[in-house]
Design a protein around this ligand. Structure first.
Ligand SMILES: Cc1cc2nc3c(=O)[nH]c(=O)nc-3n(C[C@H](O)[C@H](O)[C@H](O)COP(=O)(O)OP(=O)(O)OC[C@H]3O[C@@H](n4cnc5c(N)ncnc54)[C@H](O)[C@@H]3O)c2cc1C
Length: 202
């Protein structure tokens, strides 16, 4: 049983995983079992080139962000399990969590974060009831979102990134993943609002 399972290793998923990982010393997050299904093949980052993202050097490639994000997660927060070479096929609702089925395995989690992008090929069984036309893209692009309120689809089930209904900009997608991470940390902290900040030593 995972405490949190993130689906998708793009901008939103990686950002969510990094912030959950960074809470490792908080008492309410300490012994949580967290994983990310690190599928990156169809990330929009694969072909992106960034000149307009704060903190990125001009001409940073999305491909390098994907690789670097994965390495950052494993070197700083190795307790976050990275599940490679698997693609999610179905999400089933349980009384106390979710069953996430991939092409290879089945996982049970209390909290699931769906961050698989807004392409209209989302064919993850079990989520059909929440699929609607994306509210912030041109109709002809045929993008989707999962209907949600502040990223929450239903108890324990979150959506992050473009699939949450946001426009496709890196900072927005990463921010959405970060937002979901702090919501999960707040949940684990009995509703007490939570963030994770590292500080320069003086
Ligand atoms: C060509 C191009 C150029 C761009 N240039 C800019 C720019 O200059 N500035 C800017 O701000 N933004 C730019 N963007 C937008 C930016 O890349 C996106 O906004 C961002 O990647 C969206 O993040 P996301 O997490 O929602 O989706 P993604 O980054 O697409 O991540 C979704 C992840 O889910 C995974 N996935 C999909 N299906 C499954 C499944 N069934 N199971 C498990 N995992 C799955 C995918 O492999 C992927 O890793 C550009 C995008 C493109 C395509």
């Amino acid at each position: 049983m995972y405490d949190a399972l993130i689906v998708g290793g793009g901008a939103a998923g990686l950002s969510c995983a990094l912030i959950l990982g960074s809470a490792k010393d908080k008492p309410f997050a300490k012994d949580r079992k967290i994983a990310i299904i690190m599928h990156q093949k169809t990330s929009h980052l694969q072909s992106a080139l960034f000149n307009n993202v704060l903190g990125f050097d001009p001409k940073t490639t999305g491909e390098s962000v994907l690789k670097g994000g994965k390495e950052q997660l494993s070197s700083l927060y190795p307790h976050i399990i990275q599940i490679e070479n698997e693609k999610v096929k179905e999400v089933a609702f349980l009384s106390d969590g979710y069953q996430v089925l991939t092409n290879k395995n089945t996982y049970i989690t209390k909290v699931a974060v769906i961050a698989v992008g807004y392409d209209n090929l989302l064919m993850i069984k079990g989520l059909e009831d929440y699929v609607e036309r994306h509210p912030r893209t041109e109709i002809e692009k045929d993008r989707i979102w999962l209907r949600n309120t502040d990223h929450l689809i239903k108890d324990g089930l979150y959506v992050a990134g473009t699939l949450a209904g946001w426009r496709s900009q890196f900072a927005i997608a990463a921010g959405s993943g970060a937002h979901v991470a702090t919501d999960i940390l707040t949940l684990w902290n009995d509703g007490k609002h939570t963030k994770v900040h590292d500080k320069v030593e003086v």
